[in-house]
Design a protein around this ligand. Structure first.
Ligand SMILES: NC(=O)C1=CN([C@@H]2O[C@H](COP(=O)(O)OP(=O)(O)OC[C@H]3O[C@@H](n4cnc5c(N)ncnc54)[C@H](OP(=O)(O)O)[C@@H]3O)[C@@H](O)[C@H]2O)C=CC1
Ligand SMILES: O=C(O)CCC(=O)C(=O)O
Ligand SMILES: [Mg+2]
Length: 729
């Protein structure tokens, strides 16, 4: 039977769900639309690993491969090791019998436990559900709203020293080799060390005909000298030092790179105390925060702490995530995530925050050069031409290759920190080497896979969007990169399958494509960016944040290859800072527009799947209601005393009920919603007051990763009048 699955996730979107889902369930229920929930929060996924909760993620992953799928996916935490450990601790404190995270497993049992936790680590949800490519764009209503209510993109100061530092050689981009498989095969990855020993890194890797496989490495020695150089440069230029990685989605490689940065910054400290820190299992890969927290347990902890303090005082000035709390850019690998952190910096005139909370220019370090040039291109443009004006600029929507863990975001099980010098070979079943790389100890070697059917689907989606909009579509692909050359060959071949007459379809290297797209934006022109998986991620924060002030208001549809639908809510994440604010002052600034936008096509899909015209009526009414919601400017403000997330849900419910009452396609639904619409309208002031009056005091939600459902519902549904009205439907 058709049903919509609404996901329980983490942090701000989870809080919002406590308020919004009751509205969805009440309205859908009246129209006979089945809505079920599944808990894919990091806490639930941990419990599922130990048989203490349903494995909803595996279930939804299977569902996503069927035409029946209709899933609304809210953003979730992609947990770094420090977050995973905190979630485990919280669950243990709540009485769940789960083991500690084994830092360095040294027996079979610990290895088994570690393997279970590794399934929860990092970006473990999205790749499982994303069985389709991604279509992310600002709906016309949002773009118009941004034009009439423009946010501020601050100018870069005259002579701004902000720039991007990237390796450009000896990195993943420069060392890449790539091959397209002529037939189905089973591959293995073998390191042959300099003394002739063969170490099997991976075997039984099944690949399909037409699949692209890449191999590359980040050279550890080159990374270290690059980092030393950037530290010197930041010191000499007296700018803030900041590193921007994706330790969540690139959950194997990027924590290692992050660890190199921590080690490079605190070079002298690690020189002197590295062995003691390693013996205490305090790893730089988990960030400075974890190390400092663990020092108390060491006999010479105070001495080591003093050495870290001294290094911080004498090194280049670090950028801070939260200067009040002393949290630096190097504290937690998942605090600064490149997709959101770079556009936020650009929107802020190229400035980040220093130790004293003051803003300053920064050297933004993005070690691998595959995509760093995109950010530099945008920075160059705004330095020369001034900030982009949201009131007038065009849009850069995205069609992203994402299905079946495409490209880098599927590389974790094929990423290795190399133990010994030698050669890594990707071998086919016949034992022939398809790809080979010489390696040195410490190099980060990885292989990526890109299947052919997803590429075909992506090209089709690009042509469909170009046709639907009349906008030029640019494939952001770089002839100079081995992987991109294989993709370009496929793009050129699969474009032949479509009618492209009259369409403007181009292929350009990412930095050039970024430059052109921004130039066109300034003229008010739209340009579809058709990208691989990583640039999908980056561009769908970068451009929305510059255009709309946030990526939360995006429509993010994933037409699943098997025919179902995955509807992501916005293009951003789970906004941890918003939770802090709720807990401190009972105010939630989370904007649920992404949820509203996802629900419309989900209801449309349901109407089609269940042959249920009432679902289409709900969808159409919701679509009109979100228009009114935007016109009436009902998204949450940022400050206490204004409509927050809960108030915004009330207004959406009001407009949606009014649209349902007024429509004429379904008289029964109109009659059912008329009294509710009247009650909500009549009590508007009272409900708004009830929702605002609770603000300003701390709120108790009974946890962080594993919330107390009753307490959270009480916090998120504080208006008795609104609750009664909904219950009366
Ligand atoms: N699809 C997914 O599942 C995704 C998950 N993530 C995960 O989210 C977590 C946080 O990532 P982070 O890099 O901080 O990025 P986020 O996008 O979560 O947050 C960055 C900032 O964007 C603003 N923001 C994001 N969403 C909203 C919204 N709906 N309403 C209002 N403002 C919003 C907030 O700004 P302000 O504080 O100024 O209000 C927020 O602090 C990580 O665990 C990450 O892995 C990240 C991206 C996608
Ligand atoms: O899965 C994640 O960790 C983040 C996903 C993300 O940032 C995106 O899809 O835009
Ligand atoms: Mg992203």
């Amino acid at each position: 039977m058709a049903k919509i699955i609404y996901t329980h996730t983490d942090e701000a979107p989870l809080l919002a769900t406590y308020s919004f889902l009751p509205v969805v369930e009440a309205y859908a229920g009246k129209a006979g639309v089945e809505v079920e929930t599944r808990d894919i929060s990091v806490a639930a996924r941990i419990l599922a690993q130990f048989g203490l909760a349903d494995d909803a993620l595996t279930e939804l992953g299977e569902l996503a491969k069927t035409p029946e799928a209709n899933i609304i996916k809210l953003p979730n935490i992609s947990a770094s090791i420090p977050q995973l450990k905190a979630a485990i601790r919280e669950l243990q404190e709540k009485g769940f019998d789960i083991p500690d995270y084994p830092e360095s497993p040294d027996n079979a049992e610990e290895q088994e436990i570690r393997a279970r936790y590794d399934k929860v680590k990092g970006s473990a949800v999205n790749p499982v559900l994303r069985e389709g490519n991604s279509d992310r764009r600002a709906p016309a209503s949002v773009k118009n709203y941004a034009k009439t209510h423009p946010h501020t993109n601050k100018p870069f100061a005259e002579g701004s020293k902000t720039s991007v530092a990237t390796m450009g050689e000896h990195d993943f981009a420069s060392n890449e080799k790539s091959v397209t498989l002529p037939a189905d095969d089973t591959l293995s990855i073998v390191l042959e060390t300099a003394d002739g020993e063969k170490v099997v890194l991976k075997e039984g890797l099944k690949v399909l005909e037409g699949e692209i496989v890449d191999a590359t490495r980040m050279e550890a020695a080159a990374l270290q000298s690059f980092l030393a150089k950037t530290l010197e440069q930041a010191k000499a230029d007296d700018v803030l030092y900041s590193v921007h990685l994706k330790a969540t989605m690139m959950k194997v490689s990027d924590p290692i790179i992050f660890g190199h940065v921590v080690r490079a910054y605190f070079d002298d400290v690690f020189e002197k105390y590295g062995a003691a820190l390693a013996a205490a299992e305090l790893s730089p890969n988990d960030g400075l925060g974890g190390i400092l927290a663990g020092l108390d347990a060491l006999p010479n902890g105070a001495e080591i702490k003093a050495a870290f303090d001294e290094a911080l005082a004498s090194g280049p000035r670090l950028s801070y995530v939260n200067s009040d709390k002393g949290i630096t850019n190097l504290h937690v690998p998942s605090d600064v995530i490149v997709d959101a952190s770079m556009p936020a910096m650009i929107r802020n005139g190229g400035r980040l925050w220093g130790a004293d909370g003051g803003e300053d220019d920064t050297l933004a370090v993005i070690p691998d050069s595959s995509y760093a040039g995109v950010f530099q291109a945008v920075i160059d443009d705004v330095k020369t031409n001034g900030p982009l004006d949201p009131a007038t600029i065009g849009s850069v929507p995205n069609v992203g290759l994402m299905a079946q863990a495409a490209e880098e975001y599927g590389s974790h099980d094929k990423t290795f920190e190399i133990p010994a010098a030698g050669t890594v070979r990707v071998l086919n079943a016949a034992g022939e080497a398809l790809l080979e790389q010489d390696v040195e100890p410490g190099d980060i070697w990885r292989a990526c896979q890109t299947k052919d059917i997803p590429v075909q689907d992506w090209v089709k989606l690009a042509v469909t969007r170009a046709r639907a909009t009349g906008s030029p579509a640019i494939f952001w692909l770089n002839e100079a990169r081995a992987h991109d050359r294989e993709i370009i060959a496929k793009v050129n071949a699969y474009l032949q399958d479509h009618d492209t007459e009259g369409l403007d379809i181009r292929i350009m290297a990412p930095a050039d494509a970024a430059k052109l797209s921004v130039e066109r934006m300034r003229k008010g022109e739209d340009t579809i960016s058709v990208t691989g998986n990583v640039l999908r991620d980056y561009n769908t924060d970068l451009f929305p944040i510059l255009e709309l002030g946030t990526s939360a208001k995006m429509l993010s549809v994933v037409p699943l290859i098997a025919g179902g639908g995955l509807f992501e809510t916005g293009a951003g994440g789970s906004a941890p800072k918003h939770v802090q604010q709720l807990v401190e002052e009972n105010y939630l600034r989370w904007d649920s527009l992404g949820e509203f936008f996802a629900l419309v096509p989900s209801l449309e899909k349901y109407a089609e799947q269940a042959d249920a015209p009432a679902a289409q009526v709900l969808a159409d009414a919701l679509d009109r209601a979100t228009g009114t919601f935007l016109n009436e400017d009902r998204s949450p403000g940022r400050k206490l005393g204004t409509t927050d997330n809960r108030g915004s849900h009330f207004y959406l419910a009001l407009y949606w009920a009014e649209e349902l009452a007024a429509q004429t396609e379904d008289a029964e639904l109109a009659a059912a919603f008329k009294p509710l619409a009247e009650t909500l309208r009549a009590n508007e002031a009272k409900i708004a007051e009830e929702l605002i009056s609770v603000q300003g005091k701390p709120a108790d939600i009974g946890g962080y990763y594993y919330l107390d459902a009753e307490k959270t519902a009480a916090v998120m549904r504080p208006s008795a009048t609104f609750n009664e009205a909904l219950a009366s439907l």
